[in-house]
Design a protein around this ligand. Sequence first.
Ligand SMILES: Cc1ncc(COP(=O)(O)OP(=O)(O)O)c(N)n1
Ligand code: 3NM
Ligand code: MG
Length: 213
Amino acid sequence: MKPAKPLRGLYAITDSHLLAGGRLLPYAEAALRGGARLLQYRDKGHGEARRLQEAEALRDCCARHGADLIINDDAELAARLGVGVHLGQDDGSLAAARALLGRRALIGATCHARLELAEAAVAEGASYVAFGRFFDSVTKPGAPAATPALLETARARLGLPLVAIGGVTLDTAPGLIARGVDLVAVIHALFAADSAAEVERRARAFSALFAST
Ligand SMILES: Cc1ncc(COP(=O)(O)OP(=O)(O)O)c(N)n1
Ligand SMILES: Cc1nc(C(=O)O)sc1CCOP(=O)(O)O
Ligand SMILES: [Mg+2]
């Protein structure tokens, strides 16, 4: 099902280390003020109660800014909050997540550099497919590499929004957008910042790259 607002623009992804010490909410809100279309809560370390409390706060913040929250890895938490989910290849079945979350939910799939994974994700009901990593990534240096040329083939073969991830910066994003990417997913180049004001400035700059294409 088509989302009410097009899936296009900045896809901000939180990081528990970069956003430790009380920075999660103010920095996430700054990214949303700067125009982020999607916000992913990516938390690998905390327990259930804290994850629920943080995700609820982020959901409310997204709602205030007209953006959508996506939970990384955890379809059950997404179902509890009535938001979307992003699943990697080892994070469970997309079809089961679709059955759990319903036809309106945003569901994303990691496809590395493999079109056959993207085609399977489409068949299982994904809302978008993510390819990467396109460049050196501080956050996930070991992620399998992808080349930007893949995006043109994906654009021609798949009818879903394309997300590019991995080492995306204000310098590398324009080349990806020129090759047909709908959303750029960013952690380090957005959130490794000294202040929320700087996060907002960067988010505005990423968002503006889409306005000019
Ligand atoms: C938008 C987006 N794309 C890819 C990923 C990576 O998912 P995965 O391979 O499951 O790795 P982890 O993020 O869970 O470490 C993502 N989270 N978001
Ligand atoms: C979480 C993640 N998944 C990737 C993949 O290629 O699937 S790359 C990545 C890290 C993205 O962070 P940064 O913007 O700091 O490079
Ligand atoms: Mg995962």
